[in-house]
Design a protein around this ligand. Structure first.
Ligand SMILES: *Cc1c(COP(=O)(O)O)cnc(C)c1O
Length: 368
């Protein structure tokens, strides 16, 4: 079975192998060295000077960021399941927040955001997804962050990059906290969350808040290459291998270029067989297709062609399907996936198979 969901993604063999060693104790010089190297590689990936890893899924990092930076009021963008989560976290902690809601295919509008910030002077922090995975949507976070910082540099900008970090270059000039997780573009098993920080974020965090997710404690410890609690040692060891591969062996520019071209090829091949791309601003992490028979398509893909693709949630349940474009996906696998989608449409009597999808995919997915 091919795992083609936009998280978790397939864990390549070199990563699986990296998880197989003996469990080492975390309070040892060996692990300290591994943590130091891995943090340093991660800071290169996100272009930020400080970072911590947490033993948690990505949502834990979202919660950690919120509780540590919201001192007055948060402004959250909710254009999907993950954007909605900011508000849920704030409510659970009794934090004051306001949110701007968008349809799941529509990116946040920078003018709405600036108008809200200008009219509510107690907003001290801003929360958004870079790639909102619920509808495969890309928010223009860099431009939004630039305008926010230009208006008021004291507002802390928090970006959930869980399906963006490792997919494309992210300009972190105006981003204070960038969040990511292990099981998406970084191709690890689930269970590790990572955060990068600007110096301004660290100032805002101050003494921190909470206990396990107190970022002040964790930043202090991880600057000394140790952790407040038992870290996910195995996942950090594997992360070191992944980052080494992506940064030193493949090169980030090459990785981002390949991912972008494969994305273009994926979208164009699906459009060529009559499918409708759901988001108006698609994120490079996935292809999201709107289709009334999405559930039937997913069932045939799984049962007949051994490809596991994702569906939708809430009002999009049974209405969309999502194909992953994160990680080191081999061309032959993506070719099988688009070809299987075309075969599935034939199976459903929607469109007669003529190998258009694989033809278009191969024509576009060429690296010069
Ligand atoms: C997967 C994901 C998360 C975090 O989900 P976890 O299940 O907690 O790891 C957060 N934001 C986005 C955009 C995601 O895709």
């Amino acid at each position: 079975m091919i795992l083609a969901t936009p998280g978790p993604v397939e864990v390549p063999f070199f990563v699986q192998k990296a998880t197989l060693g003996e469990t080492i104790h975390h309070r040892t010089p060996e692990f300290k060295k591994i943590l130091e190297e891995t943090l340093s590689l991660f800071k290169k990936l996100v272009n930020l000077d400080d970072a911590v890893f947490l033993a948690s899924s990505g949502s834990g990092a979202m919660e950690a960021a919120m509780i540590n930076v919201v001192k007055k009021k948060a402004l959250c963008v909710n254009a999907g399941k993950f954007g909605e989560r900011w508000g849920k976290i704030a409510s659970a902690w009794g934090l004051e927040f306001t949110q701007l809601c968008y349809e799941w295919n529509t990116p946040a509008n920078v003018d709405d955001i600036m108008a809200t910030i200008k009219s509510q002077s107690d907003i001290d922090s801003f929360f958004i997804q870079i790639s909102e995975s619920a509808g495969g949507l890309r928010h223009d976070v860099e431009e939004i962050a630039r305008q926010i910082k230009q208006y008021n540099p004291e507002i802390i900008v928090v970006a959930d990059g869980i399906t963006a970090v490792g997919v494309e270059y992210i300009d972190t000039t105006n981003i204070d906290i960038l969040i990511t997780g292990s099981q998406k573009a970084l191709m690890l098993p689930p269970g590790l969350a990572m955060l990068g920080f600007s110096q301004q974020a660290i100032k805002r965090i101050g003494d921190g808040r909470g206990f396990y997710f107190n970022l002040a404690t964790e930043i202090k410890k991880q600057r000394e290459f140790t952790t407040a609690f038992t870290p996910a040692t195995t996942l950090i060891i594997a992360l070191k291998e992944v980052l080494h591969k992506l940064i030193d062996e493949i090169g980030l520019d090459t990785l981002y270029h390949k991912t972008a071209i494969r994305h273009e090829a994926l979208l164009k091949s699906l459009e060529a067989i009559g499918l409708q791309i759901y988001p108006t601003a698609p994120a490079k992490s996935m292809a999201t297709i709107y289709h009334e028979d999405a559930q039937k398509i997913r069932n045939i893909m799984k049962e007949k062609y051994q490809v596991n693709i994702a569906g939708g949630q809430d009002h999009l349940k049974g209405k969309i399907f999502r194909i992953n474009n994160m990680g080191l996906i081999e061309d032959h696998k993506m070719l099988w996936i688009v070809n299987s989608i075309e075969k599935t449409l034939d199976d459903l009597g929607v469109r007669e198979y003529d190998a258009t999808a694989s033809k278009i995919f191969s024509q576009i997915n060429k690296i010069d």
